[in-house]
Write a protein that binds this ligand. Structure first.
Ligand code: 5GP
Ligand code: MG
Length: 175
């Protein structure tokens, strides 16, 4: 087990589960007849996406993209690069991007713009958590789980140096 002493639980697995179910029901009512393509941003969104899609009882497809923003440490440089691209054709599709956390907004703003250029029919964003106090570029979150404080979070897919992604709760990692 990972040591728990620097971790303080912010969102329990029970709270996350009920948010996932609420988001799934909103998404189902908008997409049940649209065969959407859900795009998870790697790596952080893999747990959320896996839980979300198992609450969606209609045809859909799943793909992943890996993006990186270059910079030192935890500061983003504002330049986003596609590290691992999509395999699916997005042109003509209804696309729903699934993200673990929106912070400065730079990553998802880049992806939404990239998708628009690829001529999707629609592209929307579902984010489990949002740190609105940190925003540097405007982002519309169409389906949102929780607003969270400006703290460094781990668990439920979120990592610190690749650790803690497997925690079932979302925790604040104390410095
Ligand atoms: P943005 O481009 O919005 O600044 O960055 C979003 C990305 O930064 C997220 O997908 C995530 O990888 C990372 N990030 C932002 N805040 C946190 C946090 O509190 N904890 C972790 N583990 N990653 C974060
Ligand atoms: Mg991420």
């Amino acid at each position: 087990m990972v040591s728990q002493d620097r971790l303080h639980r912010l969102l329990s697995r029970v709270e996350i589960d009920s948010a996932v179910k609420r988001l799934a029901s909103e998404i189902a009512s908008d997409y049940h007849d649209k065969n959407p393509l859900l795009i998870g941003i790697l790596k952080g969104s893999f747990v959320f996406l896996a839980d979300l899609v198992r609450q969606l009882d209609f045809p859909l497809e799943i793909d992943f993209i890996r993006l990186s923003s270059y910079g030192s440490g935890q500061q983003t440089s504002g330049k986003v690069k596609v590290v691992q691209g999509l395999r699916s054709v997005v042109r003509g599709r209804h696309v729903l991007v699934v993200e673990d956390i929106v912070d400065t907004g730079i990553t998802v703003a880049f992806l939404m713009d990239y998708l628009k250029k690829k001529k999707t029919v629609s592209s929307r964003l579902c984010a489990l958590t949002d740190k609105p106090s940190r925003r540097r570029v405007p982002v519309t979150i169409d389906y949102l789980g929780f607003n969270v404080p400006d703290k460094f979070l781990v668990g439920y897919g979120l990592d610190y140096d690749e650790k803690y992604r497997n925690l079932p709760d979302i925790c604040i990692l104390e410095e």
